[in-house]
Design a binder for this molecule. Structure first.
Ligand code: NAP
Ligand code: MG
Length: 404
């Protein structure tokens, strides 16, 4: 069988731990045998980030700006324990944070639905796609430990030399903590545009929620930006497409989501999206069945799995024990990136390959062959639990038949 040709390379961002092990298996068994794979490779594994003073992360984001489409493996975000484990020079920032900030994008996460893995929420029948605002708030905050009695102020000093404005955060009578957060009209507007456009493109309702009753300036700004943009640019298009924009308070949104049927996009502020996407993916079956794509208003696309590096499984793997780690979300990161590359380059064979890879993956599970996380929760009779590599090889087998 002739290999499928690629016109433009993908940006390939390798990562850490168990996902790094699966990354190589996916390439070796599911992609390279069928596609004449062209990538620009960046090793975002923690050792190389440390060796390059994190320059490799910046280089990979710049390459994405040049080539347009990236696929990323999960990476470690260092904490105190990792400082010691990897003997790090510095507690490097989250690569995802750095890349998102450079591409200025919105992250859309959607569960992969398969027969036999039923959502824990009985009413959910269609995927709930979470759009996470990928800039600012607590992820870009500054924090201070307040050691004892004293006063903390928040001060704005206008760049044009105007009078500074101050508000008192708190008069501390004893020790405590304080945090300063920010966001930008430009970023919120970009986020709103991305959500409205993606809703139109996928013909799904768009929900948005904040806590504007409590946060009367900060969260209220988000509400206003969405409302203004909807009225001025999207209302007519939404009505023509027969979809709805719906705003409510975040706690009301959570309650409504739980009793909904799914099938809509839920736009979330940064922290809400971080937390709610873990809840939604788990409730749909498994964190390992959640796809994630960063869509930049400048036309860049970065695909990845929503889960982390699956550290516990990696340590088992290092001890020589059998692991059964689910590679589906990482496979869908590859298929998503290859499909987008094919669409942008006008290479339909690549698009067809991406479709076939996804069908082979879903078909393998629906045939009863799956990893442990799914075998534990499936409603299919007599599931066969495969180990990490056996599962990928079972998909390869099916993919061969799909493409023949
Ligand atoms: P995690 O890697 O997502 O794993 C948490 C647990 O979820 C696992 O221990 C496992 O449960 C289950 N799980 C997740 N993915 C799975 C898969 N593909 N197959 C089977 N089970 C899966 O999160 P974490 O342990 O909190 O974080 C580990 C590292 O990942 C951290 O260093 C963190 O910084 C990083 N991280 C990276 C990203 C990213 O790059 N996008 C995102 C999140 C976290 P059991 O152990 O019970 O089987
Ligand atoms: Mg999270």
């Amino acid at each position: 069988m002739a290999k499928i040709l690629m016109k433009t390379p993908l940006v390939e961002m390798d990562g850490d731990e168990m996902t790094r092990i699966m990354w190589k298996m996916i390439k070796d068994d599911l992609i390279v045998p069928f596609v004449d794979l062209r990538t620009e490779y960046f090793d975002l594994g923690l050792e190389n980030r440390n060796a390059t003073d994190d320059q490799v992360t910046i280089d990979s984001a710049n390459a994405t700006k040049r080539l347009g489409v990236a696929v990323k493996c999960a990476t470690i975000t260092p904490n105190a324990a990792r400082m010691e484990e990897y003997d790090l020079k510095k507690m490097w920032k989250s690569p995802n944070g750095t890349i998102r900030a450079m591409l200025d994008g919105t992250v859309f996460r959607a569960p992969i639905l398969v027969k036999g893995i039923e959502p824990y929420v009985r009413t959910w029948k269609a995927p709930i796609t979470i759009a996470r605002h990928a800039y600012g708030d607590v992820y870009r905050d500054v924090e201070m430990r307040v050691p004892g009695p004293g006063r903390v102020d928040l001060t704005y000093t206008p760049a044009d030399g105007g009078d500074p404005q101050s508000v008192c955060v708190h008069e501390f009578a004893g020790p405590g903590v304080v945090e300063g957060m920010h966001n930008l009209d430009e970023s919120i507007t970009g986020f709103a545009h991305a959500c409205f456009s993606y809703a139109l493109e996928t013909r799904q309702d768009l929900w948005f929620a904040t806590k504007d009753t409590i946060s009367k300036t900060y969260d209220h700004r988000f509400k206003d930006v969405f409302a203004d943009l909807y009225e001025t640019e999207y209302r007519e298009k939404f009505e023509a497409a027969d979809i709805e924009y719906f705003y409510t308070l975040i706690d009301d949104a959570v309650a409504r989501v739980m009793r909904s049927e799914g099938g809509f996009i839920w736009a979330c502020k940064n922290y809400d999206g971080d937390v709610m996407s873990d809840m939604v993916s788990t409730a749909f079956g498994s964190l390992a069945m959640m796809t994630s794509v960063l869509v930049s208003p400048h036309g860049y696309w970065e695909y990845e799995a929503a889960h982390g590096t699956v550290q516990r499984h990696y340590y088992k793997h290092l001890r020589g024990e059998r692991t059964s780690t689910n590679s589906v979300a990482t496979i869908f990161a590859w298929s998503g990136a290859l499909r987008k590359r094919g669409e942008l380059d006008g290479t339909p064979d690549l698009v067809r390959f991406a479709d076939a890879l996804e069908r082979a993956t879903i078909g393998t599970i629906e045939d009863g062959k799956m990893t442990g996380d799914l075998a534990r929760i499936t409603t299919l009779p007599n599931p066969r639990q495969l180990d990490t590599e056996e599962f990928i090889l079972a998909i390869a087998d099916r993919l061969q038949k799909e493409l023949a």
